[in-house]
Design a binder for this molecule. Sequence first.
Ligand SMILES: C[S@@+](CC[C@H](N)C(=O)[O-])C[C@H]1O[C@@H](n2cnc3c(N)ncnc32)[C@H](O)[C@@H]1O
Length: 476
Amino acid sequence: MAKQKPKKPRQPPTTRPHIPQRPPTEQHDRLRDREQSKPARFSSFDDGSEDAMRRLQRKLAAEEATKAKLAERLSFPRLLTWWASKAIAARKAKAPAGMSPSYPDIKIPKEWPSLHLPAGELEREKGPRLSRTLYWWLYPPGEPVPQKPQPTPLRPPQKYPNMGLDTDRPPAPTLAQKAKRARGWYWIAGIGVYAMSSYGVYLYLQYNKAARIQADNEREYALGLKRRPVVDTHAVYENISEKYDSSVRFSEWCLGMPLLRRWMLWGLQGDVLEVSAGTGRNNPYYNVDSCSSITMVDNSSNMLEIAKNEFERRYPYYGRISFLAQDASKPISSPSGEGFDRVIQTMGLCSQESPVDTLRNLERQCKPEGRILLLEHGRSHYNWLNRILDAYVLDHARNWGCFWNRDIGKLLEESGLVVTSISRFHLGTTWLIEASPRAREMRDETAEPSSVAVPQDCAERKKKEGSEMDSAPLLR
Ligand SMILES: C[S@@+](CC[C@H](N)C(=O)[O-])C[C@H]1O[C@@H](n2cnc3c(N)ncnc32)[C@H](O)[C@@H]1O
């Protein structure tokens, strides 16, 4: 007889399943370390109980699941596919019935559960911007939308479709209806026209007043009853140097002056002299590499200081530059001692006390084969505009040191320069001039000084500062 094994006594059923002790893993160690680093009263780990073990396992499982979910959601290709499918579905919904847009369906695999989120949830999470960008990338605004083919009309189109025969369309609005709809716009336009015309009338009255005063004054100067008022442009420029650039920048830009400046300075070479350089508004247009030397002259040292700082900031490596604070009508020393190849001036004649003397001096400073380039402003082709310039010249000169009604053509004629080309812009007020010096023997060195009167208090100031100005302080 086979020996029967003694039967094991039956265990009473346990209420909780037995959980065997797990061998420690790296993760286990990590979690334990983390738990143990907490204050003792919060520690829920390794108190030896089964409960603690179960808690730990639940925690591990939850952490793993969160990580997997996050990794899945943040996967960029999946997001892209999801958005593409949404966008295409939206496009399809908008497409005219019976037309299939030329975009393929994008099927989202079932095993990407997080991409089947309720509508709007993913956008909320990741932000709608990318979704919009993608939409516009897929469907650029200018893309033609396929048109639904029109059914052939059963009857020829009506000649007068809104005479009651064509019942498909609503009747065209009457003129009264149109007027009623546009009432808001009429109000806005009306107020605009009223404001503009009021301002026009105001300007016209102001202009008339200024012109009358100017005419009376001119009569009195001619009769010797009154002395011509004097504007010391030197003092004006010393005062406005700080705000000069910011004040003229916008109007110059509107008039396209940067283009004219660039045009004028294009291809400058050799020894270059710029007179009335001001704050260096021409600095950006110099091709310094082709200039053997540059000399900038202005009688306002404040203006010239700004030009100097700007030039050094723009071309820190260029050393053949000098800045002379002196009158442009006085002799100017050139680096070679033989004169300059190119002499330029922009917006200078309007503010000089004796512009003809300056032009004659520029001729003297220029080499015989050199060129004189001027960009100036003055009287216009049109009398109506000249009358406005005349009426406001004093106010403008007091504020900006600029006599804007000078006849540039007449000044050139008086100077005797050989003008090779003149172009005029802005109703003839802007002059772009190219000239050459006359042969030395043709020049009349004893010519009378300019017919533009030197204002009296300027003459007095010059007398006082005479020695200082003539010595031409060299800023660099
Ligand atoms: C209207 S600003 C022109 C500045 C600059 N050329 C431009 O295009 O913006 C006139 C400049 O001419 C200068 N100026 C006036 N009379 C001068 C003279 N006799 N000699 C040298 N510069 C003079 C003024 O100081 C001022 O900087």
